[in-house]
Design a protein around this ligand. Structure first.
Ligand code: NDP
Length: 288
């Protein structure tokens, strides 16, 4: 193995500690803690685990956590009414509706109901538009975490060739927008891409967000490339990423493991976005 293993847990711990310091400063200045409301509808086991860890991390960072659990048969208008209440609640700076929603509920309508200035997941079309046009908004947490790991490892990204595999609204598209903003030359690959290996051969940066276990083979990777594996796939061998770690690690310059890579950064970025939302709403400047 030659690649440096990028320690997402350590990077996330550093970011969370910094967010904690700044949250304490915010509370001292304004007399209230930054607040994050998380809405969980239904009994999905994985979602319940995510919501619990988000709540714990929020409290650990010195912020207020408001958890709203609704039954799976909640009506659309009741869910929208809760979002309206959270939009109007001054103690709430960030609102996150855990996806997926149970069948019968319209996730797009719910996400569009969230006040864009409380949309710490960055999924509202207004925030997608802000990101696409270079305005200040909220960037989805997973690609934001990937960008931080890339910058920590590579410094200035300008001029580098980046291939993003996946074009979802929550990972692939915002990742491509962030890398474009960072002056990379960006290729977005997806299920209709022909000859993915050809595109990867010139990639200094690879971000894999496909949702297929061990999909990216090491012999597709350019020697020395920085590989960010977003995938979380449950297999008989446990959790694995979208990149075949053993073969990729023997060629890449640096690679994120799964677990312990991108995952921890996602929650840390959610806390960071909540902190930013609190400062913007209070009209208080945020220290770098
Ligand atoms: P989606 O299923 O929404 O998107 C997957 C993308 O991969 C699509 O754009 C699809 O193309 C593309 N794709 C599928 N097959 C191929 C193929 N053979 N070749 C090239 N591209 C292909 O997934 P998400 O973006 O939501 O998530 C991706 C992965 O990241 C998942 O494993 C998910 O669990 C994980 N994830 C991890 C997070 C974390 O915190 N670490 C957070 C969010 C997601 P097309 O558009 O053509 O269908």
């Amino acid at each position: 193995m030659s690649a440096e293993i990028i320690d997402g847990k350590a990077a996330a711990a550093t970011l969370r500690a910094r967010v904690g310091e700044l949250a304490a400063g915010f509370a001292a200045d304004t007399g209230r803690k930054p607040g994050l409301a998380v809405v969980l509808v239904g009994e999905d086991a994985a979602s319940a685990v995510y919501v619990r860890s988000k709540g714990k991390a929020t409290v650990a960072a010195g912020m207020a956590s408001f958890e709203h659990r609704l039954p799976a048969d909640t009506a659309q208008e009741d869910l929208l009414a809760l979002v309206d209440r959270l939009n109007a609640d001054d103690a709430v700076d960030g609102i996150l509706v855990q996806l997926p929603l149970p069948e019968g509920l319209d996730a797009d309508a719910v996400l569009q109901r969230i006040d864009p200035d409380k949309d710490v997941d960055g999924f509202h079309p207004v925030n997608a538009g802000r990101l696409a046009t270079g305005l200040n908004g909220f960037v989805p947490c997973t690609p934001l975490g990937c960008l931080m790991l890339l910058k920590e490892r590579l410094g200035d990204l300008s001029g580098l060739n980046a291939v993003v595999i996946g074009r979802s609204n929550i990972v692939g598209k915002p990742m491509a927008a962030l890398l474009t903003q960072a002056s990379c030359t960006v290729t977005v690959a997806h299920s209709r891409t022909r000859n993915l290996a050809h595109h990867l051969a010139g990639a200094d940066i690879v971000v894999a967000a496909v949702g297929r276990a061990n999909f990216v083979s090491g012999d597709w990777i350019k020697p020395g490339a920085c590989v960010i594996d977003v995938g979380i796939n449950r297999t008989d061998d446990g959790l694995v990423g979208d990149v075949d770690f053993a073969s990729a690690a023997s060629v890449a310059g640096a690679i994120t493991p799964v677990p312990g890579g991108v995952g921890p950064m996602t929650i840390a970025c959610l806390l960071r976005n909540t902190l930013v939302a609190a400062h913007r709403r209070a009209g208080v400047a945020l220290a770098a």
